[in-house]
Design a protein around this ligand. Structure first.
Ligand SMILES: NC(=O)c1ccc[n+]([C@@H]2O[C@H](COP(=O)([O-])OP(=O)(O)OC[C@H]3O[C@@H](n4cnc5c(N)ncnc54)[C@H](OP(=O)(O)O)[C@@H]3O)[C@@H](O)[C@H]2O)c1
Length: 294
């Protein structure tokens, strides 16, 4: 057991943050947890939801990220800080690391929750911003960190209009050949796994660790087949070759982040090495399959 009793979540109203808070509150009575929500004093979404969140058992801490002491104060006594910031908050993560170190937080969980990519190609070099908190935590502040690499969220990515899968219109565009597998994990399964290991593993097994998890492993062709199997009828598939995506990224001079990411999806670079999966750390984990979300 980590022995962690006091958790703080920053970015608690986003897709991942909400699921993490829901899971922490679900196990709160059994494990006797304190759940704090760190949110922007001005414009923070959780501020508006304070009454409802506090009724459910959380404590809301509005902070001003420009005023470091307000963040340190909110983190005093916290065992584990979980960052669920979305892209617009990534630049604030070094501040989270610094304030967590000052407040003597025992473990900082960085906002990754994404693809297991070890190198950044095309226009994705700015994703290095996701790595900076770990460097800072380890090299400068000696603050233990952890992160979770989960592959693609099916319930988000498949319905995201830009992805062009459009399954419900029965006319999907598949990027690349559709034959390379990717790792997929639903958002609630991600939250269940993360909260389980953060409360059940000792700090020595959490410290400076990337957790690689996968709820399902599927190609885009298999996803479409599963959809048609579930909802039979005519279905049209067209393909957008990787070269077309590369041309789009090239023309944008690296600014077309979305299609750069889609090249990685299309070429199977969002797939874990099956030999390096950490699913076993939560033996009872029974994640949903992509088909369950369709
Ligand atoms: N694997 C996948 O398929 C996938 C898909 C989407 C996202 N992700 C990853 O999941 C993680 C979380 O993303 P998300 O989409 O859940 O996040 P999100 O919904 O964009 O935002 C999460 C929270 O971050 C805080 N925030 C946003 N902008 C901020 C700013 N400028 N300053 C301070 N706080 C700010 C907000 O909290 P308050 O309002 O309470 O302050 C917000 O509720 C990211 O690392 C993202 O890359 C993965």
């Amino acid at each position: 057991m980590s022995g962690f009793k006091v958790f703080a979540v920053a970015g608690a109203t986003g897709k991942v943050g909400k699921a993490i808070v829901d899971e922490l509150l679900r196990v709160q009575p059994e494990l006797g947890l304190e759940v704090r929500i760190i949110t922007r004093k001005e414009g923070g979404n959780a501020v508006k939801d304070t009454e409802e969140l506090e009724k459910r058992g959380a404590k809301v801490y509005p902070v001003d990220y420009d005023q470091k002491p307000t963040v340190v104060q909110a983190l005093k006594g916290v065992d584990c800080l979980i960052s669920c910031f979305g892209a617009t908050g990534f630049g604030l993560q070094p501040l989270l690391v610094k304030t967590a170190a000052i407040a003597k937080v025992k473990l900082y969980v960085s906002s990754h929750w994404g693809a297991p990519m070890d190198e950044y190609r095309y226009g994705l070099t700015h994703m290095k911003i996701k790595d900076e908190p770990m460097r800072l935590a380890q090299e400068v502040f000696h603050l233990p960190w952890a992160l979770f690499r989960v592959g693609i969220f099916p319930e988000f990515a498949i319905k995201f209009p830009l992805t062009e899968l459009n399954l419900h219109t029965r006319k999907a565009v598949i990027y690349g050949t559709g034959e390379t597998p990717n790792s997929w994990t639903t958002i609630p399964d991600t939250a269940r796994y993360a909260v389980y290991v953060l409360t059940h593993l000792p700090l020595s097994q959490l410290k400076n660790r990337e957790f690689n998890i996968e709820g399902d492993r599927k190609t885009f062709t298999e996803v479409v087949k599963e959809y048609v199997g579930k909802y039979p009828g005519e279905f049209q598939v067209t393909y957008k070759p990787v070269e077309v995506l590369e041309e789009m990224v090239k023309k944008s001079e690296g600014k077309d982040f979305f299609h750069a990411l889609m090249i990685e999806y299309a070429t199977g670079r969002v797939a874990h090495d099956p030999a390096k999966l950490d699913n076993k750390e939560f033996p009872e984990w029974n994640p949903k399959k992509v088909v369950d979300t369709l």
